[in-house]
Structure formats: structure tokens, C-alpha cells
Design a protein around this ligand. Structure first.
Ligand code: AMP
Length: 329
């Protein structure tokens, strides 16, 4: 089965074609099915779904929870339906991998009848990386740091997500390229009381590494800059990531391996070093030469008890797998 995968992002649309079940890349053109990444599946979608009118409608309604992301998926699906009428389309959700979050991890300390809970995101990437770590015999208690323009951390045990840093929306948790991550809700109330009208733009587009540095949200440029604010931005990013990783050792009752993935996680040796330096008390010791080696393949980069890995993610392949599974069931 030839599957076209669409992974719509804010600045670009990643696409790939896979011949399944062999998992070989294929050329675009005639395909048998389309798999589309959808960021927010809410409580409604815990598994991939074949898209019909009702499913598309639900994905559209979930745009309220992921206004930057779900509308892109809706548009991608509508385009496919117009251009390839009748082709089966499967929606694959970033939230689905986190359906196993235990109540202690999925619950906020607010009245439960509000219907606000933690969902978690980047699940397609975590599912792929978790399978790779299993194949590499990396252990049972895993912490994966998906550090890209959007960034999160996930604690995985027995292949199941047990905690993750993004919550009700993809805004909670780590410092990101332009998203603030964790912030005192009191600060938001303060800004609202003082007349702020552009909080969405502020917290999604003008915060994070960009807001901290005042320069850019791109780790490449910040790493090359001698501006003290650039260095502060990188330090706050690393400090927050290290705190989450350390706290997930409590969630997992230990840790066997930590894996870095996505743009920053895969490519920034200096960011991996900044983070791991704060985790030495856990016996997280980087092999400096392995960390700095100019390689792009998956590899172990640690010298201590805890395995540290770089695992290039492949969301497109994971979406192709899910699409194939649903359509061949
Ligand atoms: P992603 O969202 O996974 O595509 O990651 C994008 C981010 O990865 C960029 O904004 C950069 O901050 C970071 N990145 C990509 N390539 C590199 C690199 N060679 N060194 C450091 N950071 C990088």
C-alpha cells in the first residue's frame, strides 16, 4: 500500500510517501491512502481515525484547543479530499500516545467539572523514538526530550507515556522557540487586569527563546551569539529541560536512558551538554567526543550508567505505520 504522509507545520508542510508494510520511501504520484498528522485529538480521539465528515468536523472543533495547529490539518485534509476525491484519509493524533497518562499526571488541581485536563503532544514522535529505544535495548525507564521549535519531555515506561510536559494545550512546560512554556497563572491574570489584549500572540509568538533573547528563537543563531541575553536564553532553556528530566526520574522511579530528538535535540551538541551537565548527580555523563561527533544517525553518546542517546525522529514513518494499520485492520 502506497501511503502519502502529510505533516503540516506552521511554516512548512512536510510530506513523504512510504510503501507499506515494507517502510520503503517511494516517489510521489499515485497513492492508495493519505495519513495526516493532527496535533490535538482531545478526549475524542485516542487512536488514529479514518476521516469522514463527522471526524473532520470534530478535528475542526478541537481547533479551539490548538488554534495554531489543528486548522492546518483541517486545511490539509480538505485539500486532499478536493484533489484526490474518494481516497482513504487517516488522521493520526499527537495526543493519542499519551492516552496512558495516569490520573496523577493528567489532572490539574482545579474543579474537575471544568473539563480541563492534561493531554500531552509530540506523541507521534515519542511513539517512534520509544520503538527505536526498545529495538536498541536502551532499558525500560526512558525519558525522551523532543526539542524542536515546539519542545517537550516525556517519561515512558514499558513503551507507555506516564508523564509529559505539555498539557491541555501545546503551551505548557519547556521554553520553546517562541512559546513561553510554564508561567505563573498569576502573571497572566496580572497582564489581563492591566489591559493586555494580545496574550495569545505574546505567549505563542513573542516569548520563549525569542522573547528571552530579544534576538531570535533559533538555537543555531543564539549559540553563535556572544550577546549575554542569547546565553541567558540558552541557559533558561537548558535549566528548565533538566528540571523536567530530573522530575521524571521521580515519575519513573529511576531512569535507564535519556534520548534527545528533533531539531535542537538531534543537532545541538552544546544544548545537549548544557542539559546533561545539570544531571551529573544522576550519573548522566556525556562522552564528549561522541556528543560532538558530526553524525546524524542514531547513537549512544554517554559514558555513565544512564544511557544518553540521539535518536533522529521520523514522524512521517510513524504516521505511515498508523495509517497502514488502520486501513489493513
Ligand atoms: P524542528 O521544529 O524539530 O524542526 O526544530 C527546529 C529548531 O531546531 C530550529 O529552530 C533550531 O533552533 C534548531 N536547530 C536546527 N538545526 C540546528 C543545528 N544544526 N544546531 C542547533 N540547532 C538547530
Amino acid at each position: 500500500m502506497k501511503i502519502l504522509v502529510l505533516n503540516p507545520g506552521s511554516s512548512s508542510m512536510k510530506s513523504a510517501v512510504y510503501e507499506m508494510p515494507g517502510e520503503k520511501r517511494a516517489a510521489e504520484g499515485e497513492v492508495d491512502a493519505v495519513g495526516v498528522r493532527v496535533v490535538h485529538g482531545g478526549s475524542r480521539f485516542e487512536t488514529p481515525a479514518i476521516v469522514d465528515d463527522a471526524v473532520l468536523d470534530e478535528i475542526g472543533k478541537l481547533s479551539a484547543l490548538a488554534p495554531l495547529h489543528n486548522p492546518l490539518a483541517v486545511k490539509a485534509i480538505e485539500d486532499v479530499r478536493r484533489e484526490r476525491a474518494g481516497i482513504p484519509i487517516v488522521a493520526v493524533f499527537d495526543t493519542a500516545f499519551h492516552r496512558t497518562l495516569p490520573p496523577v499526571a493528567s489532572t490539574y488541581a482545579i474543579p474537575q467539572d471544568l473539563g480541563i485536563r492534561r493531554y500531552g503532544f509530540h506523541g507521534i514522535s515519542y511513539s517512534y523514538v520509544s520503538k527505536r529505544l526498545h529495538a536498541l535495548d536502551a532499558g525500560d525507564k526512558l525519558i525522551v526530550a523532543h526539542l524542536g521549535n515546539g519542545a517537550s519531555v516525556c517519561a515512558i515506561r514499558g513503551g507507555r507515556s506516564i508523564d509529559t510536559s505539555m498539557g491541555f494545550t501545546p503551551m505548557e512546560g519547556l521554553v520553546m522557540g517562541t512559546r513561553a512554556g510554564d508561567l505563573d497563572p498569576g502573571a497572566i491574570l496580572y497582564l489581563l487586569r492591566n489591559g493586555a489584549t494580545d496574550l495569545d500572540d505574546l505567549l505563542n509568538h513573542r516569548s520563549g527563546l525569542l522573547g528571552l533573547s530579544g534576538i531570535t528563537g533559533d538555537v543555531r543563531e543564539l549559540s553563535a551569539s556572544s550577546d549575554p541575553n542569547a546565553q541567558l536564553a540558552l541557559d533558561v532553556f537548558a535549566y528548565r529541560a533538566a528540571k523536567y528530566i530530573a522530575s521524571y526520574c521521580a515519575a519513573l522511579d529511576g531512569v535507564d536512558a535519556i534520548a534527545f530528538t528533533a531539531g535542537i535535540g538531534e543537532h545541538s551538541a552544546s544544548m545537549r551538554q548544557r542539559i546533561c551537565e545539570r544531571l551529573r548527580f544522576l550519573d548522566v555523563i556525556l562522552d564528549d567526543a561522541a556528543n560532538r561527533a558530526p553524525r546524524t544517525d542514531e547513537r549512544r553518546i554517554s559514558a555513565g550508567r544512564v544511557g544518553v542517546w540521539v535518536i533522529p525522529t521520523n514522524e512521517e514513518l510513524e504516521i505511515a505505520r498508523s495509517t497502514y494499520e488502520v486501513l489493513s485492520a
